[in-house]
Design a binder for this molecule. Structure first.
Ligand code: ADP
Length: 350
């Protein structure tokens, strides 16, 4: 499909270039032809006048007309030949332009379409990953229902167990669809997000409040300090970002561990860090964890995490939408620290 689009675009480039080139060539050909005709006419009139004015034009005392005029008059096909040569030259120039423009157009069409192709490949990969993730819980639900329907003497207890398991699967599906929606929302162009001057402490407090029940259940202590730092950002977006980081920190920490949120200022940025004492991330996983649907094996093998590998991809998107970045430092077995760098609020950025 990409090849077809590339050829089509090349054809359009060629059509435009060749229309301009052929139009110019026709104008030049007409101008040259008119000029040659005018030259021939003027010279003919001049010589005829001279013949009329001077009967002795060809007398031995009068110099004969210049050689080039004589050649022209003696060989009228020379003018036609000159015109033909100009047409052939213009034709050759156009053929050259056609070849060069075709080659360059093909190259340019490839360059123009490459980002679109990359985007389409990424989108296709995303759709196939999302469908795969959706299919797994749906298949398990379907087979559980089929088995139940096939059995004739089902007890109420069995029915309750089935419903309980189904609700669990439905919850997973809901989590996945919420994450997909969230990702789509933050993939929209920046202009669609309202930015304001916000106090970072308020965002941290909101995020901590949302995660507190899970942290308490797992007996993970959450610590954060107050600060006066301000950023130019979207309150909901930044809260979502911190919720993702805190949720991971709690998810991948053992019971009794501590998770700490800190904020500090550099020259032009605010650095917000979420540090945990959890399982840490293996070196080979570090470069992939921000990719969509990536889960490290250590996370995959843990039943309690229940994630789809979308959280950090969303967090990264939110940081980028704010003109910021997100980085991670981690030591397997000791813990991880995720740092978000956001532009400091300034009057100019408001
Ligand atoms: P998930 O929903 O699976 O947690 P994320 O995109 O949030 O998806 O994270 C991707 C992967 O990065 C996780 O599967 C996990 O392996 C790793 N990870 C993220 N945060 C942490 C953390 N605080 N400690 C250890 N591993 C983490």
């Amino acid at each position: 499909m990409f090849k077809k689009a590339r050829l089509k675009l090349t054809a359009w480039y060629l059509l435009i270039i060749m229309s301009i080139s052929i139009t110019f060539s026709l104008v030049i050909a007409r101008a040259v032809s008119a000029e040659v005709d005018r030259f021939e006419r003027v010279q003919r009139i001049r010589i005829e006048n001279r013949l009329r004015d001077n009967d002795n034009f060809f007398s031995p005392n009068t110099p004969p007309p210049p050689t080039q005029f004589r050649i022209i008059f003696e060989n009228p096909e020379l003018l036609a030949e000159t015109k033909r040569r100009v047409f052939v030259m213009l034709g050759l120039i156009n053929a050259g332009i056609f070849l060069v423009a075709g080659g360059l157009g093909y190259m340019l069409a490839g360059r123009t379409l490459r980002p679109i192709q990359i985007m389409m490949d990424e989108q296709n990969r995303f759709i196939s990953d999302a469908s795969h993730e959706l299919r797994t819980p749906l298949t398990s639900l379907k087979s559980a229902f089929e088995v139940y329907l096939r059995s004739k003497d089902n007890t109420l207890k069995e029915a309750k167990t089935l419903i309980g398991e189904s609700v669990e699967e439905v919850n997973k599906l809901q989590l996945l669809s919420d994450s997909l929606l969230q990702l789509a929302q933050y993939q929209k162009p920046n202009g669609q997000m309202r930015f304001e001057n916000i106090r970072l402490s308020e965002v941290v407090r909101d995020a901590v409040r949302k995660i507190k029940p899970v942290a308490m259940q797992k007996q993970v202590a959450l610590g954060y300090g107050e600060s006066e730092l301000r950023v130019n950002g979207n309150r909901f977006g930044l809260t979502d970002l911190l919720v993702i980081l805190l949720d991971n920190a709690v998810k991948y920490s053992p019971s009794g561990a501590k998770v700490e949120v800190t904020a500090k200022k550099t020259d032009h940025h605010v650095l917000v860090s979420v540090k945990d004492e959890g399982i840490g991330i293996a070196r080979e996983d570090m470069k992939h964890i921000f990719s969509r649907f990536y889960r490290a094996d250590s996370a995959r093998s843990r039943k309690d995490t229940g994630g789809y590998g979308l959280g950090l991809a969303i967090a990264k998107k939110i940081a980028e939408t704010h003109g910021g970045t997100i980085e991670v430092k981690s030591t397997p077995g000791k813990g991880s620290e995720f740092t978000v760098r956001l532009p400091l609020f300034s009057r100019n950025s408001a």
